[in-house]
Design a protein around this ligand. Structure first.
Ligand SMILES: [Ca+2]
Length: 471
């Protein structure tokens, strides 16, 4: 009887998948580049960087002008992305590197896995080291390969990477930050491609929180993207090397090429039409080289090359420079090619959006709102795009609230709130708190209710975690 049932069940599933292939939810590839600045791609007018593959995704898909990061630094922004909760609610709110998700945290990967997706992550996890409650394989990932502890990701030549909490030694790496035989990102990229190929029957969720172009910058001499830059001498030394800026530029172009390789693989596997590809930054760009005299002000991540306007601040604060990221969604046949959306959204929205696309529900306590009506069009989606009453960010010293065009920010713990009208003042130069005290009072009230006390995951086995680069 059991056998018969299984046979009928198999027939039914085979039949239904043949009868209605369009019903199958799409594959999802989420590529997040660490520190990638808002203007750091050629379609945005960058004078030096050439990113034809990213440009093509935007030309065929949708680019967002104000889809904002979940936080202004690496770990909290990943926590917001994975949990669908803003920094007043999400578990990991600090950037120490070892902080972990709690055992009961539900992530995007949990939801997609439950919806029948194969789930793989490749890159920098940052939400729980080996031996904690935060490890990715306990949070919905069938497989995760790369760096678990953020500090571990501060070199591209680590002695090992981690796969599902097991150490994978990298040949010829000694613990030196800048040199070695095995460039970690090549392996991470190859593992991502392999996962896509092995799961081509789908649906799959491939999460690629890639470390480039985050430092410390080092790459193989024969890396193709390096050839354009290796003989240039822009001068200056930012972190460790004499050619940091040149290498940063090469990393952006390297990643662009790898995105092209992913797109070519989707085509080869004939799944390009049923795969959503999202490409974004993780937090606002960092003005690493602001004091250096590079040609064309190169690598000023928040400088609009068309208008000369500059987002204030950068990584580490909540001015627009810290929150503005590139955000591109590519979904052939679904999203109108070449569209640009001014919809105001941020990382908590990714969970409900992907859940809806997968035919699943997000966690009930998400702070996000699905952007499916924006992606497909309201008519196609059958409803209007819901809007946030407010968006919220906090870290240990500062707070920011966004309400339509208004941005309230308290940049220091003891300081006063500032208020900016972003529709007139994108550079946040004119504090209008005194002129609009009622608006500010409303936003401060939002900030008060948005914050809940933080909780943190547990270290279960302190003996097996990251112990520094030499070990
Ligand atoms: Ca980052």
């Amino acid at each position: 009887m059991k056998h018969l049932f299984l046979s009928l069940f198999s027939l039914f599933t085979i039949h239904s998948s043949v009868a209605a292939p369009a019903e199958r939810p799409p594959n999802i590839i989420y590529i997040m580049m660490d520190e990638w600045g808002y203007f750091e791609w050629s379609a945005m007018g960058h004078p030096i960087l050439e990113t034809p593959n990213i440009d093509k995704l935007a030309a065929e898909g949708m680019r967002f002008t104000q889809f904002l990061a979940g936080a202004n630094v690496c770990a909290p922004t990943r926590s917001v992305l994975m949990t669908g909760q803003h920094t007043g609610h999400t578990t990991v709110r600090g950037n120490s590197g070892g902080a972990a998700l709690c055992e009961d945290d539900i992530t995007i990967a949990d939801i997609l896995k439950d919806a029948g997706y194969a789930t793989g992550g490749f890159g920098k996890w940052g939400l729980g080291d080996v031996g904690t409650t935060g490890v990715p394989e306990k949070h919905g990932f069938d497989t995760f390969f790369g760096y678990y502890h953020q500090g571990h990701a501060h070199t591209f030549y680590p002695k090992y990477l981690v796969r599902n909490s097991e150490k994978v030694p990298l040949k010829g790496n000694t613990g030196d930050f800048l040199t070695g035989e095995t460039f970690s990102h090549t392996l991470i990229h190859e593992e991502g491609l392999k996962f896509i190929r092995e799961n081509a029957a789908g649906p799959f969720f491939t999460y690629l929180p890639w470390t480039p172009p985050h430092g410390l910058w080092a790459m193989p001499e024969d890396e193709p993207a390096w050839q354009k830059y290796k003989d240039l001498k822009w001068g200056g030394k930012n972190q460790k090397g004499e050619q940091d800026a040149e290498m940063y530029a090469a990393m952006v172009e390297m990643v662009d090429r790898q995105i092209g390789e992913i797109m070519a693989l989707l085509k080869e596997l004939k799944i390009d039409d049923n795969t959503i590809v999202i490409v974004c930054g993780d937090n606002g760009g960092q003005p690493y080289f602001k004091n250096k005299k590079h040609p064309h002000g190169v690598l000023a991540p928040n400088l609009n090359p068309h208008t000369g306007e500059r987002f204030r601040g950068g990584k580490g604060n909540f001015y627009e420079g810290g929150l503005r990221i590139p955000f591109i969604v590519h979904w052939p046949g679904k999203i109108k090619a070449g569209s640009v959306s001014d919809h105001l959204g941020y990382f908590p929205d990714v969970m409900p959006t992907l859940a809806e696309i997968a035919g699943a529900a997000p966690r009930a306590d998400t702070d996000g709102i699905s952007i499916v009506p924006t992606l497909l069009g309201e008519k196609q989606a059958g409803r209007k795009q819901d809007q946030h009453d407010y968006l919220y960010w906090e870290d240990s010293k500062s707070v920011a609230v966004r309400m339509n065009k208004w941005k309230a920010i308290r940049p220091a713990k003891a300081g006063a709130f500032e208020l900016y009208d972003l529709s007139k003042d994108i550079e946040e130069l004119e504090n209008v708190a005194a002129q609009h005290s009622e608006i500010l009072a409303q936003m401060k009230a939002y900030a008060k209710v948005a914050h809940t006390p933080s909780r943190i995951g547990k270290v279960l086995d302190p003996s097996i975690g990251f112990k520094g680069h030499k070990k």
